[in-house]
Ligand binder design. Structure first.
Ligand SMILES: Cc1ncc(COP(=O)(O)O)c(C=O)c1O
Length: 376
């Protein structure tokens, strides 16, 4: 008897993780539903306090999503329309949106070959109006904190970490992302390293005033049940999601080591004919995405051929922020942020999520390497 068995490796399959934690998820669902308290309750408080402990920060404020986390931090910095916030042009649209929504002006910056903010271009983009830099720990890779901090100190600029993709990463001094700048934003979106089963986000900071402002903003500006001191928002993590986040937080080291294990597997086995992320041992990158860079002329065909072999891939991100339609009033043009634009044509994100099986990784590597031999 012959078996017609074709391996499929999805870019991501969230159901595997949910299935793994199902008994605890059901238990916590039961607890929350029976408590009758679904907003601003004990699970949210416990989760915030454990995140502060894990990251080594004084304050953690949970909010409705990572985009709001960024926006509320910027809001609390009281920026005006003239004020400039520098952010890398290779990021998810929310990074730039948060600046616009906070009433300031995004200024886009180039990245190095590892997709992280280029400190040299950052310095070039600073003007008398620059108030904040918002580097992104893209792909879960820690940005160059030392050099960026020094530039910020010299120029009176605040650092807001976009740590949406980097929960659990730390720098060479063992300081976790989320504790490296003046404030940080995390996303708890289902695709993130610390994720829930819906939307959620976190603000972390050691700045008491900023934390107090964000607390007000996330809950309608209310100082008590009936009185609001500022115009605020409704951006809260609910009790059910906080109870799920607690389960994931308790397992974060295991989940993180799975991401790193897959990245190491790919790095050892994928052909050196393409550019792979440099594995750094003096700090901890957490590989939210595993991105390889290939010659632009083969990229799209390679993606199609991988798909025909049952392998899901993505591009993070095909359209740089400065060239998005919504950014047209900012008057950027192709060629303005060259390395971001080059990478947008050359990168491919391979499947990486904690419950990938070894035979699936073998399938990815074998097909990828065979295709590269065919093309190059
Ligand atoms: C780099 C980056 N910043 C911000 C966000 C926004 O987070 P959320 O989707 O939770 O609003 C994301 C999420 O995709 C992200 O990847």
């Amino acid at each position: 008897m012959t078996t017609n068995y074709k391996i499929k490796v999805p870019f991501v399959d969230l159901t595997r993780e949910a299935k793994n934690y199902l008994p605890q998820i059901l238990l916590n669902t039961d607890r929350v539903l029976k408590s009758g308290q679904y907003i601003n309750g004990p699970f949210v408080k416990e989760f915030e306090s454990l995140v502060s402990e894990y990251l080594g920060v004084k304050y953690t404020i949970s909010v409705g999503n990572g985009s709001d986390a960024l926006m509320l931090i910027l809001k609390s910095l009281n920026l005006s329309l003239e004020d400039e916030v520098i952010c890398p042009a290779n990021s998810f649209i929310a990074s730039a949106w948060s600046i616009i929504a906070a009433g300031a002006k995004p200024v886009f910056c180039d990245v190095r070959d590892d997709f992280l903010l280029d400190p040299i271009d950052f310095q070039r983009k600073i003007t008398s109006k620059t108030k904040v830099v918002m580097p992104v720990h893209l792909t879960g890779r820690v940005f160059e904190v030392g050099l960026i901090s020094q530039i910020c100190i010299d120029n009176g600029i605040k650092i807001v970490e976009d740590a949406a993709q980097s929960f659990g990463a730390f720098d060479s001094n063992n300081i976790k992302t989320g504790a490296l700048g003046d404030a940080a934003a995390f996303s708890l979106h289902p695709l993130k390293n610390l994720s829930i089963y819906g939307d959620g986000g976190l603000i972390t900071t050691n700045d008491k005033k900023l934390a107090e402002d964000c607390l007000l903003f996330r809950n309608h500006g209310l100082i008590n049940r009936d009185e609001a001191s500022v115009w605020g928002y409704n951006s809260r993590l609910d009790e059910l999601q906080a109870s799920y986040a607690l389960i994931k937080l308790k397992n974060i080291e295991d989940l993180t080591s799975k991401y790193i294990g897959i990245a190491n597997f790919y790095n050892n086995r994928i052909t050196n004919q393409v550019i792979k992320p440099k594995i750094r041992t003096t700090l901890r990158d957490v590989y939210h995405n595993y991105v390889v860079v290939v010659p632009p002329h083969i990229r799209d065909d390679l993606i199609e051929d991988l798909s025909s072999s049952g392998i899901g891939t993505k591009i993070h991100y095909p359209t740089p922020l400065h060239l998005q339609m919504c950014a047209k009033d900012l008057n950027y043009k192709p060629g303005d942020i060259p390395n971001v634009e080059r990478l947008a044509q050359s990168m491919i994100s391979l499947p990486i999520f904690p419950f990938l099986e070894e035979y699936e990784l073998e399938h990815v590597v074998n097909n990828f390497n065979n295709l590269i031999t065919k093309y190059l």
